[in-house]
Write a protein that binds this ligand. Structure first.
Ligand SMILES: Nc1nc2[nH]cnc2c(=O)[nH]1
Length: 465
């Protein structure tokens, strides 16, 4: 692989000292960063030189929570809270197969890449009996798009007849879910520092998973040395149900079932008491903050400033596109800043903290802080180069403010492991128009299978409630 030398860009390294250069360079050799600094870097024969003037270089963004399959089911349940939204969508997701999952994952990963993301955690927890190899389809899609995937193998074993929310037809048995999760680890988990594919153990949520599966999953993950992920403390409804059923809050439930520890990151963490925040901080447990999804579902506003003050690692998540139709990670930087300020005042989260959430905070959640999350020599060559010289950003003196507070800038370049994934705002490895067509067809197939739409794709009234 040739060396890539980015010259003349503003650089926000997001290292521990917050080092920035008004005009600097980033040099990438193979899959790693070899130099970052002020001024110009020496150029050798055969180097690929990228003119970064007018641009800002940041670490590639790290997405800590997503459900890629949901890209094929956007626009449903537009006015619903989490439980009603899920109940409307389960029957549609029941039609998932390899082709629909591949189309949705490809589109979702393309959108993530086009918004600066180089590592994505995907929480896939719906496995219809006749669906086929859905995780395999997602892994293939990530390989095609070219960004890193943390495939969180989800599961549900608690259907309606056991007091859970999902239909019985959509849940696995406890043993079946554990065996399939173990098989996914054996097949795809790559512990190497420069891995493009890792697997995490990820039962879905307290209201769709038995306590037995939660505990068994934690044991399995620790025996295999992989990370643990689940939804927790997303809504008041979840807390009410947890108190009624288990006599404890969601975080206390997590403590009981082995789900507090430095190898755990939790999606949402919206409804947390002071004690719950202390528990997460003491346990080294991370939180995937999903501000747009929390707003879309009216779930609440996470206590991000308090979590950060307590020392909790907070990353950003786009969440599934059925609860965040934008699906990009870059826009979550601004959403995070805005929501923190709505909750705690204008000085609650500054633009550099927002960028930290989207980079180093995410790397910490995924246990990859030594490899990802900052631009430093020796780290993996995951770099976003944002154009700030267009109409939308020109004249904003602080480039990090332009990135976070302005509209999301176009990408001059996105590198993952030193390989180009996006150039001049176009994905380089997969045809975006073809992916959009495949996505639309997948969405129609799912709607038809659920009896919500004619084969021609005419929308059903249920979508427009
Ligand atoms: N936001 C969100 N919360 C969940 N809780 C359980 N499943 C989901 C999901 O798909 N999205």
């Amino acid at each position: 692989m040739t060396r890539t030398v980015i010259q003349g860009a503003a650089v926000a390294t997001v290292d521990a000292r917050g080092t920035e250069y008004a005009e600097g360079h980033v040099v990438v050799d193979g899959g790693r960063i070899t130099a970052v600094g002020a001024g110009a870097a020496p150029v050798g024969p055969g180097d690929r030189v990228v003119d970064g003037r007018g641009c800002l270089a940041t670490p590639g963004l790290v997405n800590t929570h997503h459900h890629l399959y949901q890209w094929a089911t956007r626009g449903y349940a537009q006015q619903s809270d989490l439980f009603h939204w899920l109940v409307e969508l389960y029957p549609v997701w029941a039609g998932l197969d390899e082709d629909t999952t591949r189309a949705a994952a490809t589109a979702g990963l393309l959108r993530l890449a086009r918004t600066g993301c180089t590592t994505a955690a995907d929480h896939h927890y719906v496995f219809p009996a006749a669906g086929g190899d859905l995780l395999g389809a997602t892994v293939d899609a990530a390989g095609a798009v070219g960004i890193r995937l943390h495939a969180a193998r989800g599961s549900m074993d608690r259907g309606v007849s056991s007091g859970g929310l999902p239909p019985d037809s959509l849940v696995e048995t406890t043993d079946g879910a554990l065996a399939a999760t173990q098989a996914a680890i054996e097949r795809w988990h790559d512990p190497a520092p420069d891995a493009f594919t890792r697997v995490a153990v990820a039962p879905c949520s307290p209201f769709s998973v038995s306590a037995e599966l939660m505990s068994g999953a934690a044991e399995l993950a620790r025996a295999a040395g992989v990370r643990l992920h689940t939804h927790l403390a997303e809504t008041v409804g979840e807390e009410v149900q947890c108190l009624a059923e288990y006599g404890c809050t969601p975080v206390e439930y997590a403590e009981r079932t082995g789900w507090i520890g430095p190898d755990v990151w939790l999606a949402h963490g919206v409804h947390l008491s002071d004690r719950a925040i202390e528990v997460l901080a003491a346990g080294g447990t991370g939180v995937a903050h999903c501000p747009t999804s929390n707003a879309r579902l009216g779930a609440g506003t996470a206590r991000v400033a308090d979590l950060l003050a307590a020392g909790v690692a907070v990353g950003l998540g786009a969440d599934g596109a059925a609860s965040n139709e934008d699906g990009g990670l870059g826009p979550e930087l601004r959403q995070a800043a805005y929501q923190a300020r709505l909750r705690d005042g204008a000085d609650a989260l500054d633009v550099r903290q927002a960028l930290w959430l989207g980079t180093m905070g995410g790397a910490l959640c995924l246990g990859r802080q030594d490899e990802l999350g900052s631009l430093e020599p020796g780290k993996l060559a995951d770099v976003a180069l944002w154009r700030l010289d267009g109409l939308a950003h020109a004249g904003i003196a602080d480039p990090v403010a332009a990135l976070v507070l302005g509209s999301l800038p176009p990408l001059r370049l996105l590198l993952a492991g030193g390989r180009t994934v996006v150039e001049d705002d176009v994905a380089t490895r997969v045809d975006e128009h073809g992916a959009a067509r495949a996505l639309a067809a997948a969405g129609t197939r799912l709607a038809v299978a659920a009896g919500l739409s004619g084969p021609s794709g005419g929308s059903a009234l249920r979508h427009i409630r």
